[in-house]
Each structure stands twice: as C-alpha cells, then as structure tokens.
Ligand binder design. Structure first.
Ligand SMILES: Nc1ncnc2c1ncn2[C@@H]1O[C@H](COP(=O)(O)OP(=O)(O)OP(=O)(O)O)[C@@H](O)[C@H]1O
Length: 321
C-alpha cells in the first residue's frame, strides 16, 4: 500500500506546473497517492496546496503536466466517486442540515430516499441529530463545518479531498474528524487532506508531501523524514562537550541543561552515523554517561527545517488560534 506505486494508483500527478502570469504557483510537481492511503499536504501559506488540490479536481487547469484521478484524465468524469471539501466553506443558509447533506449526496448520484436515510444516519453518528431540522444559518461555525463534511462523505466516495478540514473546529471536533478520516481509510477509501497543523498529519498520514514556493521539499513517511532529518541523541554526562565533539559522526553538541554534577546534551549525528557506534565510541573512550536516548524529530521540526522560516510562522500562527 503506502509508498508503492502502481498503475492503478487513484491519484497521479506528473510534472505539474501552474503559472499565473509570471508567477509560478506550482513548480514541476509530481506525486502519486496509493489506494487506501491517507496522504497529507503540508506547506506554509501560499505554498500551492489549494492550487494543486483544485488542479486535481479539474477546477483549475495546469499550465503543463498531466493528471490522472481514479483512472480518468479529468476528475469531472469521475466526480461521483470523489468527495471534496473546499477551503472556502459554504452551505445554503436557509436549507436544513439534513437536506443539505442529502442534497449533496443526490448531486453525486444517490437516489433521494437513500440520500435522506444516509443523511439522518450520519447526523446521528456524529451527534447532530438534534440539529437535523435546523437551518444552516442557526448552526455554530463548527457544526456547520461538520454538516459540510458529512455532505462530502454521504455518497461514500472512493477518494476524499479535504482542504484544511481541521481549521475552525474545536479540539473535540478535531478528534472526531481524525476518527472519521481513519474510519474512511479502514473502509478502503483514499484520503488527501491539507493542513498547517503538524500533529494531525503526524497522527493520521501514511505519507505526506511538504510543499514550499510551489516545489516539493519532501514526500514520504514520517520515518523517512526523520531519517533525513538526522539522528539526535539526548545524553546525560559529567564529561565536557569536547569529549563528545571529537567522536566520529558527531556534528554538534548542544548543552540542553547544565546540572550540578552532570549536564544534559543534545547531540546531532551525521546522516550516515549510527547511534550504536556512537555508544561504542563513548564506552571505548571511557566517558561515563547516565542517560542515552534517541530523540525522534517532530514533524513540526522537520517541516520548519524543510519548508523554511515562513513555515514556522504560519504553523505557529495556526497553533495559536
Ligand atoms: N487565481 C490566481 N491568480 C493569481 N495568483 C494566484 C491565484 N490562485 C493562487 N494564486 C497564488 O498562488 C500561490 C499559491 O496559492 P495557494 O492558495 O495554492 O496556496 P496554499 O498553499 O493553499 O496557501 P494557504 O495555506 O494560505 O491556503 C499564492 O501565492 C497565491 O497568491
């Protein structure tokens, strides 16, 4: 599944570029998403995420390159198999919640009776049955967003494309949405979602793509990103930093916390260095250590290091919301 490319991959982008006048919004981007995968789209503001998702859906045409979605050269030909939550949310204000869901499901081919049943089932499943007959304008922003999400999945699409689905939801509803996305994958669906919030991507994604200035900065699993980011170790020892600096494979030694008898160091190893060989060298050099721990980089750290400073700003801004 994850990572293996296959001719029947539901989403294939090949050397896609999108220009607006002289400005390149998406720059020679290629990637594939495998069946049953949760694929995260990460990138700072203006990185080209929404433009790419819109190209996937054939709402925006690429300047050059080719796209295949569920075996078709245009998503429009397979739209009944796709569920799309756009970045700009919107429901008809005067329509009832239940009717909104069944309306969208019918637009995508579900017969009216089935669409209504499905709408009621989903509202109940997500604790919104009391609001089924409320008009959308009477719903809170978060509830309206949930209704729109349910409208996106009601016709049981094979491929879900969700643009910033977590933004605007409170932590409880974010959790509900995470569960919904995992549940969709468990049912064999393929999901692509964009986000600024690394924790969602960290918990949910089989693989992710980091975009910055329209270019791919990384594509792969969290483990692969961590390996790329390098090894970091936490070491507690009474020895001075120079004792570690002179060992093979050590790039830097940072004093994380000075103690009375012992210091806590963060030690960065070269990509090709091995923590075990570091440990053997420590023992061989007679350096006493009382703690040795491998630290996995967080996706946030990886994101900032790969997507640059503007990424840090947008990620932190989002986290502070
Ligand atoms: N119709 C358009 N005309 C001109 N420039 C555009 C158009 N649509 C998008 N852009 C530009 O392309 C770049 C990428 O925009 P896009 O909306 O894809 O970014 P994004 O990664 O989704 O950002 P955000 O996280 O802020 O939603 C931006 O600089 C944007 O201003």
């Amino acid at each position: 599944m994850a990572g293996r490319s296959h001719s029947s991959d539901p989403v294939v982008l090949d050397q896609i570029t999108k220009r607006y006048g002289n400005f390149t919004a998406v720059d020679n981007l290629s990637f594939r998403v495998a069946q049953g995968e949760i694929y995260g789209f990460l990138g700072p503001n203006g990185a080209g995420k929404t433009t790419t998702l819109r190209m996937l859906l054939d709402i925006v045409k690429p300047t050059t390159g080719s796209i295949s979605v569920l075996g078709a050269s245009s998503a429009i030909n397979v739209r009944r198999k796709i569920g799309y939550l756009p970045e700009e949310r919107g429901l008809y204000r005067k329509m009832k919640a239940v009717d909104s869901i069944s309306y969208f499901a019918q637009l995508r081919g579900l017969p009216s009776g089935k669409a209504k049943r499905r709408a009621n089932e989903l509202l109940e499943q997500f604790g919104l049955e009391k609001f089924a007959k409320s008009k959308n304008e009477a719903l809170s922003k978060g509830m309206a967003q949930k209704v729109q999400l349910l409208a996106t999945i009601a016709h049981e699409p094979e491929l879900l494309i969700l643009d910033e689905p977590f933004s605007g939801l409170d932590p409880i509803n974010q959790q509900t949405l995470e569960a919904l996305i995992s549940d969709q994958r468990a049912n064999g669906r393929t999901i692509i979602f964009s986000t600024h919030v690394m924790q969602h991507a960290e918990r949910l994604c089989d693989r992710f793509l980091i975009l910055a200035h329209g270019q791919k900065r990384f594509e792969g699993t969290l483990e692969a990103a961590r390996a790329l980011y390098g090894h970091r170790l936490h070491v507690r020892s009474a020895a001075p930093p120079e004792a570690f600096e002179r060992l093979a494979g050590v790039i830097s030694v940072r004093l994380e916390k000075a103690g009375g008898d012992e210091n806590l160091y963060e030690i960065e190893l070269a990509d090709n260095a091995d923590p075990q060989s570091f440990l053997r060298q420590v023992v061989g050099a007679g350096i006493q250590i009382s703690r040795f721990e491998q630290a996995g980089a967080t996706l946030h750290e990886i994101f900032v290091s790969l997507a640059g400073d503007e990424a840090a700003t947008s990620d932190l801004a989002e986290a502070a919301e």
